[in-house]
Design a protein around this ligand. Structure first.
Ligand code: GUN
Length: 306
């Protein structure tokens, strides 16, 4: 008997999706300017000198400008006080040229990020992190949704079309990713399971899933035999591990891998996102989309938008 032929997985590269979202946002920004005389504005707040955060924040500023929006980056020293940071957020809440506010995380440890986030006006909460945004998402209200889960949904809808009735498993339960992801899948009529590091028999749970979203921050934890043949696998992990080459590893060189063992998983999955180059590329594009949405909600939608 011939061995069954398994199709190689479709690789869901993030770049074309991110470019399409950015192009669409740029067109709508021009329309908002023409129709309403309003330029959407995004303020990003960075406290301290974390090098990875500094790179992300610079990229956010550049992409905001490239979309035709107003961009402000507030770089504060690491020793900034809670009161000063909250006062800045208060000023940005009141600023009429700012429609979206993002406080880059993690904050230095002496600052209470939950209290800072609670100060953000929910209508400008383009990260979707406030309790109000989480509540709106959970109850089907019109809120702003965290950017990476939004990017995952764009990929999933492209790969699968209608998601109704699909068994979806979200691995990870963070406020920024796992919980909002589960809510979005539920709103799309999936049957949703949230699994995490304390779940029993993760491989069996994962093998039930038509849609597997991995967001646990454990390098290559999800193996090929955890995946249901033909499933769509979205890998949200960004983990730095030592280089494969022992000489380079000894020099401290690293490489980035996801939460899924990509090469072996691609032999089983129907579609899969790579790391790097997958869903991560959609995050900033979705931030721009959220900023445009926030501006339209504040100033009124562009013509033809419900
Ligand atoms: N740090 C890493 N990712 C994010 C994000 O999506 N939002 C914020 N505010 N900080 C982050």
């Amino acid at each position: 008997m011939e061995a069954p032929v398994t199709e190689p997985a479709r690789i869901l590269h993030g770049k074309p999706y991110a470019e399409a979202i950015r192009a669409e946002v740029a067109v709508d920004v021009e329309r908002l300017k023409a129709e309403r005389g309003v330029t959407p504005g995004l303020a990003v707040v960075l406290v301290g000198e974390d090098p990875a955060s500094a790179i992300y924040v610079r990229s956010k500023g550049e992409q905001t400008l490239a979309a035709g929006m107003h961009s402000e980056t507030h770089r504060l020293p690491a020793e900034t006080t809670q009161a000063d940071l909250e006062a800045l957020v208060g000023r940005l809440n009141a600023a009429t040229n700012i429609h979206g506010i993002l406080v880059q995380l993690p904050l230095p440890t002496h600052l209470d990020s939950a209290r800072v986030i609670a100060c953000i006006d929910p209508d400008k909460d383009v990260d979707g992190l406030t309790v109000t945004s989480a509540g709106r998402l959970a109850t089907g209200g019109e809120g702003l949704v965290p950017c990476t889960p939004l990017g995952c949904m764009i990929l999933l809808r492209d790969a699968l079309g209608d998601l109704t009735g699909k068994a979806a498993l979200v691995l990870g339960r963070s406020n920024l990713m796992g919980k909002p992801m589960a809510q979005l899948l539920l709103a799309a009529d999936c049957t949703v399971t949230i699994a995490h590091s304390r779940s029993r028999d993760l491989p069996s749970l994962c093998r039930e899933a038509d849609i597997l979203v991995a967001a646990v921050g454990r390098p290559e934890m999800v193996r090929a035999d955890w995946i249901k043949p033909g499933a769509v696998v979205i890998d949200v992990g960004i983990n730095r591990i030592p280089s494969k080459d022992p000489a380079k590893a000894a020099e401290g060189k690293t490489r980035v891998v996801g939460d899924v063992a990509f090469a072996e998983a691609a032999e089983i999955a129907g579609a899969i996102t790579p790391v790097p180059g997958g869903v991560g590329l959609l995050t900033v594009a979705c931030l721009l989309k959220n900023t445009l949405t926030a501006a339209e909600r504040i100033t009124g939608p562009i013509a033809g938008r419900a």
